[in-house]
Design a protein around this ligand. Structure first.
Ligand SMILES: Cc1ncc(COP(=O)(O)O)c(C=O)c1O
Length: 387
């Protein structure tokens, strides 16, 4: 029988295993909590800083807007990609001395007011549709803008997170580029950056090199483009024994492209890569059940706290921390307490024999976890603790 334990052949043990005693203490006295470890964020930043081909890293703050994480990232000289006025305002509230030149604003199908607002505030805006230039050209007169284009091929861990290609609502398609050039000219705007984000959870390291090549083709249609923003989407493995994303291979592929395109800065805007592994959702076993030939382990929170498994079929490692190292004696579905069949964190997971009040860790929950939570069923989302 296998045991849930760390094998020497696996990557480094997760931080929450190294700090198991501390985590068990935190879990004592509260049913659920998100716990974030700042050191893990620091290490992720450092890995991206070490990339030779990347000139600037912006954090896609939609992934997690916890104030402690935002302050840490700002102090580590990571800049920010925001998708709404609400995100920008929150960021400026929690990091009041942040220079606005460190913010990139990437709205999608947003109302006219958002573009006017960003112009008045003086933050760099990205357009991802012809419509704003057709309908409201006066807003962009004399303004430096970025353009988000559709590189043609979506990538990612699920259909819902592919943000390019014919079935995605994002980006200006290639066949509209001629019209785009003339609209930009008519509006009197100045295109300084070309952007694409083709999806989330992309495991193929050469994807960003291909995007850079495609963006450069479009950049050549404008006089003043100095930035190719290659988006985020760097893969984060869900399973403990999966290989980490191959950053070196990505860097090498990009270095080759950059050597052919010396006039451009390359930017990256990851969300998940910077914060996913730093966060866990901590909960407790509430009830146990055997029905048909299936075992169920019920826990004290649900899809209202972490919707990724229900929304994207996302895989999150689930560990009984109280009984870590015990034989994995049964196979069970780990389910939440929300009144939905989709409220399932994991299917057919090998688990130790579990008991009421055991502490359960749902791993890699630092990105798109608490930020996507709701009060569905009037169950409050878990509080956040930073260590
Ligand atoms: C424009 C843009 N940039 C960056 C990201 C970050 O993606 P990820 O968290 O997969 O790195 C997103 C995610 O949706 C996005 O829409």
């Amino acid at each position: 029988m296998t045991r849930q334990e760390h094998h020497p052949s696996m990557p480094q043990p997760a931080w929450w295993l190294r700090r198991r005693d501390e985590i068990l203490k935190i879990a004592d006295g509260q049913l659920n909590a998100y716990v974030y470890e700042l050191e893990t964020v620091r290490q992720s930043v450092q890995r991206l800083r070490d990339l030779q081909s990347i000139d600037r890293v912006l954090y896609a703050m939609k992934a997690n807007f916890n104030p402690h994480l935002l302050r840490l990232l700002a102090s580590l000289k990571v800049d920010f990609e925001c998708v709404s006025p609400g995100e920008v305002e929150h960021l400026l509230r929690v990091v009041p001395d942040l220079d606005k030149s460190r913010i990139l604003f990437t709205p999608n199908f947003a109302p006219r007011e958002d573009y006017q607002w960003s112009r008045d505030l003086g933050i760099q805006v990205t357009l991802d549709n012809l419509y704003p230039l057709q309908a409201w050209p006066e807003i962009f007169a004399g303004q430096k803008i970025f353009l988000r284009v559709d590189p043609g091929q979506g990538h990612g861990h699920h259909e819902h997170v592919k943000t390019a290609g014919d079935r995605s609502k994002f980006g200006i398609p290639r066949f509209e580029v001629d019209e785009l050039v003339s609209l930009v000219e008519k509006a009197g705007a100045d295109v300084v950056g070309i952007h694409a984000h083709s999806g989330s959870g992309i495991p193929e390291p050469d994807s960003w090199g291909q995007v850079a090549t495609e963006l450069a083709r479009i950049a050549a249609r404008f006089e003043n483009v100095s930035v190719l923003d290659l988006g985020g989407g760097l893969g984060v493995p869900g399973r403990a024994d999966e290989q980490a994303f191959d950053l070196q291979a990505m860097d090498q592929a990009l270095a080759l492209v950059k050597a052919r395109l010396p006039g451009y800065e390359f930017w990256l805007e990851p969300g998940r890569y910077l914060v996913a592994e730093a966060g866990i959702l901590l909960t407790h076993v509430t009830q146990l059940k055997g029905k048909g030939n299936r075992r169920y382990i019920g826990v004290g929170t649900g899809m209202n706290a972490l919707i990724r498994p229900a929304l994207y079929d996302a895989y999150h490692e689930i560990v009984n921390l109280t009984r870590y190292g015990d034989p994995l004696a049964e196979t069970a579905n780990i389910v939440g307490l929300i009144c939905e069949t989709g409220d399932t964190f994991g299917v057919d997971r090998p688990m130790p024999v579990s008991h009421e009040n055991d502490v359960i860790v749902i791993a890699n929950a630092g990105a798109y976890g608490r930020v996507m939570s709701s009060r569905y069923n009037l169950r409050e989302p878990p509080q956040e603790i930073v260590i």
